[in-house]
Design a protein around this ligand. Structure first.
Ligand code: ZN
Length: 282
């Protein structure tokens, strides 16, 4: 260690720790209420941090720690929070994406040929499920012990990889067609999450799911009013539900590819109602 740096280090050692690490009060005394795991190859985490930063943080006063680091799904980390929010799919590409076709900037700028000198090493990209058995158990235990989970959109693509997560969520994906316009119908208006909310229309990915919990927990369905289908699954799908799980609570909401869908006024009301119901404020 150079002398100057060493002297500076030794001088700092005499400063009280409380002065050296003076942090804003909330970070030390008042941990965030919610942890949000957002983003994947096809879902830019900034898009969703922006969306939820308005709906929950700015408009509702909820405190959220945001991350796209899937390794945070462990007992110690989740134990700091009352609410877990997830919007991400089931896959990661540890060896890279192979081509930049999922990069919005490259795509919108005319997809120029990719050149690299020296050449890139030859790597065969492959996708793998990110959720380890330990991560799935951590999510399940978090909710069983009284935590709440607000699960969005493409988390149904995590379910095929992990039975604990699938059981908490209550569904598995059946895929989705390209972005199009569809109606979200409220099928149960007597629940605190949907009370006073009207049907609404969004342009988004209409996600189709195999719903596996009791039909009495269903709150929303998506309906393509133009008669457009997806595979053999017709024009409609379950699109929102809420159920107790152990000592905790779970809510799933399907729309959520685009901010323009997430910020639909009726849908924002549903999302804020869901956060209040999950946190037992209603
Ligand atoms: Zn999506």
């Amino acid at each position: 260690m150079p002398d100057l740096t060493r002297r500076a280090f030794l001088a700092s050692a005499s400063v009280p720790a409380s002065a050296m690490f003076a942090l804003p009060r909330r970070q030390t005394a008042e941990p965030a209420t919610a942890f949000a795991l957002l983003g994947d190859r096809y879902h830019n985490s900034d898009h969703y941090r922006t969306a939820f930063g308005k709906t929950f943080v700015r408009d509702m006063g909820l405190s959220i720690d945001f991350s796209d680091d899937v390794t945070r799904l462990n007992d110690a980390h989740l134990g700091r929070y009352r609410l877990l929010i997830i919007l991400r799919d089931g896959m990661v590409w540890p060896d890279g994406h192979g081509d930049p076709s999922s990069n919005a900037g490259w795509w919108a700028q005319g997809q120029p040929a990719i050149v690299s000198e020296p050449p890139l090493p030859v790597i065969e990209p492959r996708s793998v499920g990110f959720m380890t058995p330990a991560m799935g158990r951590a999510v399940r235990r978090f909710v069983e012990r009284g935590g709440a989970a607000l699960l969005y959109h493409n988390v149904t693509y995590i379910a095929p990889y992990n039975d604990d997560f699938r059981d908490v969520l209550g569904a598995v994906t059946r895929g989705h067609p390209p972005t199009r316009t569809f109606t979200v119908r409220v099928v149960n208006r007597d629940h605190p999450i949907t009370r006073g909310v009207s049907d609404f229309v969004v342009t988004d990915e209409q996600h189709y799911v195999e719903y596996q919990k009791d039909p009495e927990h269903l709150l929303l369905e998506s309906v393509n009013e133009d008669g457009l289908t997806h595979g053999d699954w017709g024009t409609r799908s379950a699109a929102g539900w809420a159920h107790p799980y152990g000592e905790g609570r779970v809510c799933y909401l399907a729309p959520g590819h685009l901010i323009t869908a997430l910020w639909n006024p009726e849908y924002e009301t549903i999302q804020r109602n869901a956060a209040r119901w999950l946190l037992r404020q209603t």
